[in-house]
Design a protein around this ligand. Structure first.
Ligand SMILES: Nc1ncnc2c1ncn2[C@@H]1O[C@H](COP(=O)(O)OP(=O)(O)OP(=O)(O)O)[C@@H](O)[C@H]1O
Ligand SMILES: [Mg+2]
Length: 237
């Protein structure tokens, strides 16, 4: 199967500090993996390489067949159309409604999408995250969990091949965090590869998905999906 994401011997330095050190990994379509490790381990740096917010110091980053490591700025929008992103702090536009936020996500990536089509697809995407009736609400009228679901709808409305999320449940309560994880699992089941950086040990332990562990920029463990809860706990402790 062709890989959706492939990192080959990727290193990334900030000045003299090595944030990622010789990391190689691959993700298949429909695979959901967690990216864990202590603060400063390089999780966010790895995700930023994937949507080419930054470029590696050395090594290759392939995203859905595109070389993000050598990509010119003029082609970045093409890459971003294939990569949905969810952040810890939602990053919704406060003056736009939920529906407009999602539609904006679609049109900013592809100017050929008409307003009508964008509005229709935005509503469908909101429906899929259980917010079909809140399209006209502004972010401040929504709970944190609802705002994160809008952000998720925005991230997947263009049907990306890869979804990356940096600490997506960091600002959510326990129950809402589990609801978000159900949605991530749905998205993976539809064929999108999903990579989630998280500190939420409980979620990682219970979901028994693949777990990629970084420590001081190095990939120290890549644990396949399906270990029992107890074994996963032992392996990650
Ligand atoms: N823009 C930057 N300039 C300089 N150093 C940076 C920059 N961004 C990150 N770093 C350094 O790179 C290393 C990895 O940081 P990164 O943000 O990727 O860690 P993280 O695993 O996401 O941590 P956290 O769990 O706290 O979010 C850290 O030592 C950090 O200080
Ligand atoms: Mg981080």
């Amino acid at each position: 199967m062709p890989q959706i994401l492939e990192l080959n011997a990727v290193s990334r330095a900030y000045g003299s500090r090595l944030a990622l050190d010789d990391v190689s990994l691959a993700l298949e379509p429909g695979e959901l993996a967690f990216l864990v490790g202590p603060s400063g381990a390089g999780k966010s740096t790895l995700l930023k390489l994937i949507n080419r917010e930054i470029r590696p110091t050395s090594g290759e980053v392939w995203v859905d067949g595109m070389a993000a490591h050598t990509m010119k700025a003029s082609r970045v929008s093409e890459l971003r159309r294939r990569v949905g992103v969810v952040f810890q702090d939602f990053k919704l536009l406060p003056r736009l409604t939920a529906k407009e936020n999602v539609a904006f996500g679609l049109q900013v990536g592809d100017l050929r999408v008409s307003d009508d089509e964008a509005a229709e697809r935005a509503l469908d995407a909101l429906d899929a995250v259980g917010l079909g009736d809140r399209g006209d609400s502004f972010p401040h009228q929504l709970s944190g969990g609802q705002q994160q679901r809008v952000a998720l709808a925005r991230a997947v409305v263009a049907q990306p091949s890869l979804l990356i999320a940096d600490e997506p449940t960091g600002n959510l309560d326990v129950e809402t965090s589990w609801e978000m994880m159900d949605l991530f699992a749905d998205i993976a089941a539809s064929g999108t590869a999903v990579l989630i950086a998280t500190h939420n040990v409980e979620i990682v332990r219970r979901l028994q998905r693949r777990v990629i562990t970084l420590v001081q920029g190095r990939l120290v463990r890549d644990q396949p999906a399906g270990l029992t809860g107890r074994m996963a706990w032992l392996a990650s402790s």
